[in-house]
Design a protein around this ligand. Structure first.
Ligand SMILES: [Zn+2]
Ligand SMILES: [Zn+2]
Length: 388
């Protein structure tokens, strides 16, 4: 069955919602307008609404029949601190904030599915529509889980999706097992001894130590991680000093680590602390490492991946469903929900072919023509999973 007619008919309405959300981007845990928009729509559709789940999260509950099955569908609502470069009519009206990751589209696809499912009620059981805040590295999924998401709204399986620029419109990608990297942030504080810039012999140069630590950290992925295990370590910030003629007492290195298993994540953390402390000690300085895993690796359940791929195949044809695409180094905090409940996270094509504007770019925009495909995925998934 291709896109249901009633979902195709929602194209203009969904486009209007998507552009409205795009024009009013909000950062993580500040999605008050967006959450209000979502809650109001769900209420209009006749869906029971719970606000404030994990701060600004919203959950819609829809029951039909007497079936015991429960499915969770999840979308993210937050935007990024990026100044939008687009000039079209629905560009950001919130200076320095932008929906550059397509979460406006994700939210809209789930709303479109909710409208269709509430109208047709062609299922037997319970659907939980989960609209999560703060996906972009500040713990929205974890906040919802810790706020009792799956205790209050139990699910047998959960599903989510992310758009993929460069992947054709009307195409899906579904991977079983590990799919996206886990991620950690780190800060390394280096303490030397401040001195006059012209008298280095009387100090311990924290800037020089920071430079050596930065270089030495690159040996961890190259020499400590097994070559068959993929990982990346990036120092993305170096801060130190305020004046031309002062050797600063302190410097700070910060950055991120990505890997596909919790074991490799932990191994990198241990080696990072050892390298930083050892290199610093060699120069007579001290280093203190704060290593904080932010995202768990995202791992799909093999059976749920098959199920999700079958739904995608029904909508667009099996030849447009890429099975087992390459691993993705980026992270996604839906992994924290998948740590609690089995499920599958998939990718949906945003179109425009190879080299299309990537997410997190100031010129990015979600492709409105992808909306019916994503909404159909969620809708057909419910009908197939909670069969009437
Ligand atoms: Zn993003
Ligand atoms: Zn995203």
């Amino acid at each position: 069955m291709p896109i249901p007619e009633r979902i195709a008919a929602l194209q203009d309405e969904m486009t209007a919602w998507r552009r409205d959300i795009h024009a009013h981007p909000e950062l993580g845990f500040e999605e008050h307008r967006t959450a209000g928009f979502v809650a109001k729509k769900l209420e209009e559709f006749g869906i029971e609404v719970h606000r404030g789940v994990g701060k600004t999260g919203v959950v819609g509950v829809l029951r039909a029949g007497s079936g015991k099955g429960r499915v969770g569908l999840r979308a993210d609502m937050d935007a990024l601190p990026i100044k939008e470069a687009n000039t079209f009519a629905h560009r950001s009206t919130n200076e320095g904030r932008m929906h550059a990751c397509g979460h406006d589209g994700h939210t809209t696809m789930l709303l479109g599915a909710a409208k269709y499912i509430a109208q047709t009620r062609n299922f037997d059981g319970t659907v939980h529509f989960i609209f999560q805040p703060a996906e972009e590295g500040i713990g929205g999924a974890r906040a919802m889980v810790e706020d009792g998401l799956f205790r209050r709204f139990p699910c047998d399986a959960i599903f989510g999706m992310h758009n993929r620029p460069g992947m054709p419109l009307g195409a899906f990608a579904v991977r079983a097992g590990p799919m996206m990297a886990g991620g950690a942030f780190f800060d390394i504080d280096i303490e030397g001894r401040g001195a006059h810039g012209a008298r280095p012999e009387s100090g311990v140069d924290s800037v020089l130590v920071a430079a050596h630590v930065t270089t030495a950290l690159q040996s961890i992925v190259a020499r400590n991680v097994r070559p068959v295990d993929t990982a990346v370590l990036s120092v993305t910030q170096i801060h130190g000093g305020d004046a031309y003629n002062v050797i600063p007492q302190r410097a700070r290195l910060s950055g991120t680590v990505r890997a596909f298993s919790n074991e490799v994540m932990a191994l990198i953390g241990r080696n990072m602390a050892r390298v930083a402390e050892g290199v610093a000690a060699g120069f007579g300085a001290r280093a203190q490492t704060d290593y904080r895993p932010i995202f768990a690796p995202l791992v799909n359940d093999a059976q749920e991946a098959d199920f999700a791929a079958a739904i995608c195949g029904e909508i667009v044809g099996a030849e447009r469903v890429k099975r087992d695409p390459p691993l993705i180094m980026a992270s996604e905090d839906f992994s924290f929900m998948l740590n609690e409940v089995r499920g599958c996270y998939i990718n949906i094509g945003n179109g425009d072919g190879e080299g299309a504007c990537e997410v997190h770019n100031p010129s990015y925009d979600f492709n409105d023509r992808a909306l019916p495909y994503g909404a159909s995925f969620f809708a057909r998934l419910v009908e197939k999973r909670l069969v009437r």
